[in-house]
Design a protein around this ligand. Structure first.
Ligand SMILES: Cc1cc2nc3c(=O)[nH]c(=O)nc-3n(C[C@H](O)[C@H](O)[C@H](O)COP(=O)(O)O)c2cc1C
Length: 206
């Protein structure tokens, strides 16, 4: 029985394109599942805190050796990591902000990319601990960063997400981008329709 973790990170509500698309995909995906469970987390409306110095100390200290302050500082992160590891698959909605992910999503990454929990270290070498999972990232962008377009080189979002999730062991990543969302109406609608088509066929056997 697959367990899905659905994350959204746009601060916008109904006007958010990434939110609309993750919602539509999850609904279609559900329709093709016999049995499944879903956890939803709305990072756009309920951001997680930035890590601080106590958190950093706690993350490198074994649980039994932590001070009460460290324990408190790392508690939410532990829960977020537990939630992340409990999932078999991930559907993530991300707007493009300044060529990358919004700060709320980066704050989430900082909370779940954890030594000993999601990545390991051995004599200076790092290895991912999150195995056998798959991830679908649905992004919305104002401009067009598709392969071969003049702005393609400014897309730091997809390479970053491939790198950071690959670092913790997730290498089965699929990206669907709704490009041109802040361009003229026809261009935005055409790109949105293309993204919806891709998601529709993906939902059948993802
Ligand atoms: C702070 C901010 C930064 C943005 N930076 C970019 C950018 O670098 N490139 C781009 O194409 N669009 C950029 N946009 C436009 C959004 O990516 C676009 O409106 C997208 O649809 C937002 O996702 P959402 O509809 O899910 O909220 C930015 C928007 C905001 C508010």
């Amino acid at each position: 029985m697959p367990h899905l973790l659905h994350l959204d990170s746009s601060p916008r509500g109904d006007r958010s394109v990434s939110r609309q698309l993750t919602q539509e995909f999850v609904q279609m995906w559900q329709d093709h599942q016999n049995d499944h469970t879903i956890t939803y987390r709305d990072l756009g409306h309920n951001p997680v805190p930035y890590v601080d110095e106590t958190w950093i100390g706690a993350s490198f200290t074994p649980p039994e050796a932590r001070t009460p302050e460290q324990q408190e500082a790392i508690e939410l992160s532990d829960r977020l990591v537990d939630e992340f590891l409990a999932a078999d698959c991930y559907v993530i909605g991300v707007p493009m902000y300044n060529f990358n992910v919004p700060a709320v999503f980066k704050a989430y990454i900082d909370q779940i990319v954890r030594p000993f929990r999601t990545f390991g270290m051995d004599q200076g070498n790092f290895f991912g601990l999150v195995k056998g999972k798959k991830m679908l990232v649905i992004s919305a962008r104002g401009g067009d960063f598709s392969a071969g377009s003049p702005a393609a080189q400014y897309d730091f979002q997809e390479p970053y997400l491939r790198t950071i999730f690959g670092f913790i062991g997730i290498t089965d990543l699929t990206f669907v981008h709704a490009q041109k969302q802040d361009q003229d109406e026809a261009a935005a609608a055409a790109s949105l329709a293309q993204a919806r088509e891709k998601l529709k066929s993906l939902a059948i056997d993802w």
